[in-house]
Write a protein of this length. Structure first.
Length: 220
């Protein structure tokens, strides 16, 4: 059976796609954790255990290009794989892989000007580099959560522990200190649910498209 590995940083990004993945034979989901160190460690371990036909690296992204709206699905791939993901409804884009969560519109404007990237995230570049080392084709498919002109309600970098995991104790303390951020956090949660639904729809089509290659491997 052809195996497709689909990587997400955290379960919140993967939840809605998991419901679709049950109906697609050969799909495995990997939660890598946030950031370079976690992404490299998890993907290296996964590819040491198995060699899938293709790897997708997916999840939420922040918009840098002002034209991208929340819920827009963007992608980066090569050759005929690009046509597969584009025909599924993903828009070709350039990604910047950041070491930190980009939390303000001002930071996004600066990144857009300095890098020319359309979207920012934290794992895909490193996962795809590991895939390249193993000669496994890959693609990035992500959904815009927060747009270029949006500030996030909190600086989530301050809420992470040393393993780049969310500390819910720190989150609770931050909310106690600034309860006015709660409505904005609730809006972000609703936004993430809608974005996750849109990503699941398009990613499901992307995965099915890749499995249709005659030899089970996309040519990149």
């Amino acid at each position: 059976m052809r195996e497709i590995l689909v990587c997400f940083a955290v379960k919140e990004e993967a939840t809605q796609f998991k419901q679709k993945a049950h109906s697609i034979p050969g799909v495995k989901i990997l939660l890598t954790g946030i950031g370079r160190r976690n992404a490299e460690t998890a993907s290296k371990a996964a590819l040491a255990r198995q060699k899938p036909s293709f790897v997708f690296t997916c999840g939420f992204a922040g918009g840098l290009n002002p034209e991208l709206t929340s819920g827009a699905v963007v992608c980066s791939a090569e050759s005929d794989v690009q046509s597969v993901v584009a025909s599924a409804g993903a828009k070709p884009a350039r990604f910047h892989c950041s070491e930190r969560i980009v939390t303000t519109a001002a930071q996004k404007r600066e990144l857009y000007q300095s890098t020319g990237a359309d979207a920012v995230e934290m794992e895909s570049q490193f996962i795809r580099a590991v895939c390249c080392e193993h000669n496994i084709p890959s693609a990035t498919v992500r959904v815009i959560l927060d747009t270029a002109d949006e500030d996030l309600p909190l600086d989530f970098n301050q809420l992470m522990n040393s393993r780049q995991e969310m500390s819910y104790a720190r989150l609770a303390l931050a909310l106690l200190k600034t309860p006015t951020t709660i409505p904005a956090l609730l809006r972000l949660q609703r936004q993430s649910q809608a974005a996750g639904h849109r990503l699941a729809q398009i990613l499901g089509s992307c995965v099915l498209g890749v499995t249709e290659f005659p030899d089970g491997r996309a040519r990149v």
